[in-house]
Design a binder for this molecule. Structure first.
Ligand code: ZN
Length: 335
């Protein structure tokens, strides 16, 4: 089969940790009962039945709790870059939220610095892959006011590292918490400082969030699949050609069949679709699997190649790197 799985724009660090390493670190940090076996831990991480979507988010806390020191943040990013390189990928944007890693006293700047340092160490050892870091703003609590100052601090900390490992910002978390448009000033603040932004929208059932994210000034949309609920929203996505970071397996973890996923409708409508993993560990996937699953539901190799080239065009990296990536991707995909 053609090698088309080369670029991932939507990959969460905390959802993509190396599981045996995460287990070991959790034991060392006293985060698990000493009698919790790896099998028990595996079951907690891979369970797919939750009392609510929010409950399902708690496994991110389990991972975030490990990532509270410079060493573990750096090591996690380093391991992920190496893993992506082993899989033959050429570019990835790795995201995480600096405000989730302050429990042991690190500032958001220190958190960013540690992750960037780890990713750079990985790239030094594996020069065939490039990785950029995206810092996430968070939907937390029941309104945007709940963590507004932490979100504002995240924007300013990100500005310090823009062009020095950091490539953009995101708005993540439980998107249905609070009034979606109340987060618009944060995106506008980031954009006013020259930081490219993506926004998680339309992943969790409310398709109008995709329209709202476009209004906020998002440069790309995380998921965006909910836009198919309404012809006007879908047409807006097609007309604006806003890049969608589609993550099929992650969405299918809750019982949807691949064939039922809106990705084919989006492709057929002419939306700007890119294919991504979201969470390699939690979704038990990698980018090669995402592409293989699409082939199984009838998407042809040329469409997958186009998605990869589109992802490069929509990446938040420099024009020079994009040009290099395009050349390499074309060479690999046309072999
Ligand atoms: Zn995501």
């Amino acid at each position: 089969m053609e090698r088309t799985a080369l670029v991932d724009l939507h990959l969460h660090l905390d959802g993509s940790l190396d599981l045996p390493w995460a287990y070991q670190r959790s034991l060392e940090e006293g985060l698990l009962d000493q009698d919790c076996s790896f099998e028990d831990y595996y079951r907690i991480v891979y369970q797919t039945k939750y009392s609510s979507r929010e409950d399902g988010f708690r496994k991110f806390d389990l991972m975030c709790d490990i990532l509270q020191t410079r060493e573990s943040l750096s090591e996690a990013a380093y391991r992920l870059v190496r893993k992506l390189d082993e899989k033959g990928m050429i570019y990835a944007e790795i995201r995480f939220a600096s405000q989730q890693h302050m429990k042991k006293g690190l500032t958001q700047s220190e958190v960013l610095q540690a992750v960037i340092e780890g990713a750079e160490r990985g790239m030094k050892e594996c020069p065939d892959i490039n990785a950029g870091i995206i810092n996430c703003l968070m939907h937390k609590g029941d309104s945007a006011a709940f963590n507004r100052s932490l979100n504002e601090d995240a924007v300013h900390a990100s500005k310090e590292f823009l062009g020095k490992g950091l490539v953009g910002m995101d708005l993540a978390g439980y998107e249905n918490n609070g009034v979606f448009m109340d987060y618009a000033p944060l995106i506008r603040l980031a954009k006013s400082l020259g930081i490219p932004c993506t926004v998680h929208a339309g992943e969790m059932g409310i398709g109008s969030h995709v329209h709202d994210a476009i209004l906020m000034g998002a440069d790309r949309i995380g998921h965006g699949i909910g836009c198919v609920q309404n012809e006007e929203w879908l047409q807006e996505v097609v007309r604006t050609q806003i890049p969608l970071e589609v993550c099929v397996t992650g969405n299918c973890r809750h019982g949807l069949l691949y064939i039922e996923h809106p990705v084919r409708q989006l492709l057929e409508s002419g939306a700007y679709v890119t294919l991504n993993c979201d969470n390699m560990t939690f979704a038990a996937t990698d980018l090669a699997n995402e592409h293989a699953q699409l082939r199984r539901i009838g998407v042809d190799a040329d469409t997958l190649k186009a998605c990869t080239l589109r992802a490069i065009d929509a990446a938040f990296c420099t024009p020079e790197l994009k040009e290099q990536l395009r050349c390499r991707a074309k060479t690999i995909m046309n072999k």
